[in-house]
Ligand binder design. Sequence first.
Ligand code: GLU
Length: 449
Amino acid sequence: MNKYVKSVIENVKKKHANEPEFCQTVEEVLSSISPIVDKHPEYEKVDLLNRLVEPERMFTFRVAWMDDKGQWHTNTGYRCQFNGAIGPYKGGLRFQPNVYPGIIKFLGFEQIFKNSLTGLPIGGGKGGADFDPAGKSDAEIMRFCQAYMQELYKYIGPDVDVPAGDMGVGGREIGYLFGEWRKLKSTWQNGVLTGKGFPYGGSLNRPEATGYGAVYYLQEVLKHDKKNIKGTTIAISGFGNVAWGICKKAKELGAKVVTLSGPDGYIYDPNGVSTDEKVDYLLTMRASGRNKVKDYADKFKGVKFYPNQKPWGVKADVIMPAAMQNDVKMESAKLIVKNKIKYYVEVANMPTTNDALQYLMKSGLTVAPSKAVNAGGVSVSALEMSQNSERLIWTAEEVDKQLHHIMVNIYNNSVAAAKKYGFGYNLVAGANLAGFQKVADAMMAQGVF
Ligand code: GLU
């Protein structure tokens, strides 16, 4: 590995020893871009990489809110504006009790390269709070979102930083956040958030976009091996918005999603989540706030529930982890290899530990990285920004067409970049190389700061 790259990784590991997720993504990205750095000795002179791993700025703020009993609570809110070299900071907000600076930085760092891959002018950012939405009433969620925006509004704007949803932040939360923005600013200002509801500036197909994009990417992976997606069986984790989009598009294209998972375990549906009723039921389960995937097995015949287990031991053609970071560790990777699965397509941000990812690749699986596969979500967010600034509404077909085009480009650019730098057919290295090159060029052009 390039000496400068190595020193930056070591530097991050030392400096951020208490933020393992951030160290993990830095190591993953930087180790694959080493051949680019070999070709550009000028990067070291301007310390490009140490600047790349340092957020341009990051905010931490207090969020105080009242529950339905009149009790006050205090949480920590974050927004990290990681890299704005290619466009306004763009990235979601995550509300989850495990949120701390290491999670926000890992997601923000990933977002830089993901957003670059989309080919659209968006920089990398991320935010969130250590707030647990589970079991909260609608009024409590509203009060939390309002209190959160009372601080966040100072740092965002349509040409500055455009937040969206992530885990724990869906259409409802974006609505409350946007309402508070309007209350505080008395301006529409081109929408300012993405993932808005359709009646007030949201884009058609934004809720579906991440899942649809992932399936479009999978189609390209299969095409490479002269395979058709029709009849393909897919094992996924999660049952949230992303899983829903995957099931919906897979069903349309004749593929079968046979597993879903939640904090309580996983379900196996041999017939697949392949009727409208089943796909819609995912939305019902999510809206119920129960956070239990067992409900699916109780509702539909022939479905088995496996308590407290992950779905990585099942036989399927494709594995798509679509729940959360570090969901697939070494022991699960071993099961996947033992089951002779050929395709491992990450969907959630960093769902695989670095050792498990290396092991899957060395074992001959085709591995696709999340920053490419899940880029459809943020891509349609960028399309929402375009529609808002043009005061236009595109049809669902138009948005879908553009999304499809973007996903095919991401796949092709990744394949080409990996080939150019001698990695062969390596989608993981390819995504990092292609994503990095554009950001590095933009940073070089803009001078040192
Ligand atoms: N949170 C999503 C992601 O990880 C979407 C971000 C956005 O739409 O800005 O990319």
